[in-house]
Design a protein around this ligand. Structure first.
Ligand code: SF4
Length: 398
């Protein structure tokens, strides 16, 4: 068998919204950014109905804590947006939708300030300047700092001496006394970032700026309010399915949930959407086939992107293969099946990786999808002989 053929993945550089959807292989992707990171039972039931009426009945939970309806027909987009607007799930215009890139911790508690900062920040951003594509905020004043590993450029975090506002990667920050002050500081930091000249072609990330600045330049250029050395909150581990203080963390295979499942769960409570492709159900979870409520569930050991036919860049279907191999993945390990070298579903290193090529799947160990490798197997071969990937008698790995 010849070596894998690498197809250079296309980097789009922007994220879809509800008002500005993105075309994919199975139709439009319409991304809904829940206000306050929460969808009520009524909104969930409505989204399920809209997905069935205008989409393909599949809804993704994104790693930016959004829900995205898949397979939406172009002609149905207007009716879908009207339905979402009736549910209170969309912004007034495209600009407002893009600016409201604010993630909140699903573990917030009433009175901990998370929702108050969110509201003040969204208000503060409403008339703000256009920010770089993908530039976002995280707000987490709950105990545990669980959003620390989720993508964000400006973070509002719990601190022993107040509310900490800092740029991603920064070891200095500003302390605020209340929600309004914290939101104001976050907007100030965003405006400062825009003035640094670090935005090129509508792109720019805070962590990149921090890395580019020398210590002297940081001191010279950063607004004085953000120059206090702070103990950056410790990064926590990824939450798992199961009962938590706020309800039940529930997962779905590949972070994708059917409209039927959403409708079935809607009467059991609101969802807080997480960046871990799970939902925090504000209540007890019913026993439903396909609903993941245990951390030991083998389906949590596999990650797979949309693959073919949903993604136009995919060189093969991914999810049936990943599901078929899930039981063979050792506990504690992760298998990443990627439809191309872009590795959307798991940008980091995975214990086991299968990357689709024109010649079959290239197997890798302790690698990223973009690392590629020698040797390729068909999905049927891998399903029949999982030891090609997991065993000792496999083709050479990186
Ligand atoms: S990794 Fe998967 S979802 Fe991403 S571009 Fe490639 S095939 Fe598409």
């Amino acid at each position: 068998m010849t070596g894998p053929t690498v197809q250079g993945p296309i980097v789009k550089g922007w994220c879809p919204g509800a008002l500005r959807p993105m075309m994919s292989g199975d139709g439009l992707v319409v991304r809904v950014r829940p206000f306050g990171g929460r969808l009520t039972g009524g909104q969930l039931a409505g989204i399920a109905a809209l997905s069935q009426a205008h989409g393909n009945g599949l809804v993704d939970l994104s790693n930016r804590a959004n829900v995205q309806l898949r397979g939406v027909r172009e002609a149905a987009h207007g009716a879908l947006v009207a339905g979402l607007r009736d549910l209170g799930c969309v912004d007034g215009d495209v600009g407002a939708e893009a600016r409201r890139n604010v993630m909140v911790s699903p573990f917030w508690e009433a009175g901990d300030g998370t929702q108050a900062v969110y509201t003040a920040l969204v208000d503060g951003l409403a008339d703000g300047p256009e920010l770089p594509r993908k530039f976002g905020f995280s707000v987490d004043l709950s105990v545990g700092n669980t959003l620390a590993l989720a993508p964000a450029d400006i973070r509002v975090e719990r601190h022993a001496d107040g509310i900490l506002v800092r740029g991603e990667g920064f070891t200095t920050g500003a302390l605020a006394a209340n929600a309004a002050e914290a939101a104001g500081l976050a907007v100030t930091l965003a405006r400062w970032f825009l003035g640094t000249g670090h935005v090129v072609d509508g792109r720019g990330r805070m962590a990149g700026l921090w890395a580019d600045l020398t210590p002297a330049a940081r001191q010279a250029r950063l607004p004085r309010a953000f120059q206090a050395a702070v103990a950056v909150p410790a990064r926590s581990v990824r939450p798992q399915p199961g009962v938590v203080a706020q309800g039940t963390m529930v997962g779905f295979a590949f972070g994708q949930v059917t409209a039927d499942m959403i409708a079935a769960l809607a009467p059991f409570g609101a969802w807080r959407i997480t960046p871990w492709r799970m939902a925090l159900l504000e209540g007890a979870a019913p026993a439903l086939p396909g609903l993941i409520v245990r951390a030991e569930d083998a389906m949590l050991r596999v990650v797979a992107c949309t693959g073919a036919p949903g993604c136009p860049q995919a060189l093969a279907p991914t999810r049936d293969l990943a599901a078929g191999l899930a039981a063979h993945v050792p506990p504690g390990a992760t298998l990443h099946v990627s439809g191309c070298a872009k590795g959307c579903a798991h940008p980091g290193v995975a214990d086991y990786t299968l990357v689709a090529t024109h010649n079959g799947f290239a197997p890798l160990r302790r690698a990223r999808a973009g690392d590629m490798g020698d040797g390729a197997h068909s999905a049927a071969e891998l399903m029949k002989t999982p030891s090609l990937l997991f065993g000792k008698t496999h083709a050479p790995f990186l």
